[in-house]
Write a protein that binds this ligand. Structure first.
Ligand code: SF4
Ligand SMILES: [Zn+2]
Length: 320
């Protein structure tokens, strides 16, 4: 569900990736450890932009515990994100006794917030009660992507409806835990302007059901239908101008990690200004202050504006 940093070679005893960063925690900036556990992976595997199917392999409960303990050795962070390339709450990916053991160990280590991810169908009352009692300050990230059922179902292939997200959110909140809703900026087939409107609209509609929003800027993952579209010139990742436009118009708190910013496969502007934009977007995630975008200017802005204007009539085919 999430987009990660450098991946390790496949090994049942090594997590897919581990990295440290800063995270907003109840208004403070806190250290965060992110672990992507190597599991069998997502059972859905049908989303058009997702390349996580390649990361799965058969692992035992022992392997999972070994991965977790090696990644959390010397842990001092207040926030820990335990992700898989799928759903942490799927019993077939992470058995419940392994899951709860990890959460209890994080609780004993003084961690204040644990962020996990799941598709809505694994968010069940009994599961959430057990998770919430084992772990400290649980936040469940759900890849809603968009509040538009037609785009989610027919363009992304996500396989659940907005009402399923709402029901999962109700269950998470009933257990006393928090909800993070992931939104995708620029699903395939949307024009640049259409994608901006969809993301802003989705943020506004999802916010009542989510404690925090997380904007994912679409990037091209290997072996996906989206990669084939991109190779044929039928898709361009979102402009960073568009990401800023969404962040300025969406309800807060909204975070965004511009993974791959500036790369051809990642969100990008002209090449000259990408690093500055990425820096401002990262600052905004920690400060939630729109003024971090003041003064961001580049000669590519008129081109981005023209793309938005002309793509309205180009049936979703990118112009630049
Ligand atoms: S639900 Fe979709 S986006 Fe999430 S891991 Fe599975 S295939 Fe990928
Ligand atoms: Zn530029």
């Amino acid at each position: 569900m999430t987009v990660g940093k450098a991946r390790t070679p496949k090994d049942p005893r090594r997590p897919v990736a581990v990295w440290r960063s800063k995270e907003l925690l109840d208004g403070d900036v806190a250290g965060a450890l992110t672990i992507i556990l190597r599991t069998r992976g997502c059972r859905w595997r049908r989303c058009t932009m997702c390349g996580f199917a390649a990361e799965g392999m058969i692992v035992s409960a022992d392997d999972l515990i070994y991965q977790f303990r090696s990644a959390t050795k010397g842990l001092s962070e207040r926030v820990v994100k335990i992700y898989t390339s799928g759903s942490f709450l799927d019993e077939k990916e992470v058995p419940s006794f392994v899951r709860d053991l990890m959460l209890r160990e994080l609780s004993a280590a003084g961690v204040e917030r644990v962020v996990i991810e799941s598709r809505p169908e694994y968010v069940l009352g009994a599961t959430m009660d057990s998770v919430a009692s084992a772990g400290p300050g649980i936040e469940v990230g759900i890849g809603l992507e968009t509040s538009n059922d037609i785009i989610r179902e027919h363009v992304i292939g996500k396989g659940f409806a907005f009402v399923d997200f709402q029901e999962a959110s109700r269950i998470v909140h009933a257990s006393g835990s928090r909800v993070k809703a992931y939104l995708l900026l620029k699903p395939p087939l949307l024009s640049e302007g259409g994608a901006i409107l969809d993301a802003i609209n989705s943020a506004r509609e999802a916010r009542p059901f989510a404690d925090v929003l997380s904007l994912n800027l679409c990037n091209i993952q290997r072996g996906t239908p989206l990669e084939r579209m991109w190779e044929r010139g039928e898709y361009r990742p979102p402009w960073l101008w568009s990401a800023v436009e969404v962040l300025l118009n969406a309800p807060t708190p909204i975070i965004c990690d511009p993974v791959g910013a500036g790369a051809r496969r990642g969100p990008h502007n002209c090449g000259e200004c990408d690093a500055l934009f990425a820096q401002a977007i990262r600052r905004h995630a920690l400060e939630q202050d729109p003024s971090v975008f003041d003064g961001l200017e580049c000669s590519c802005r008129p081109l981005w504006e023209k793309v938005i204007e002309l793509e309205e009539h180009s049936f979703g085919t990118p112009l630049v």
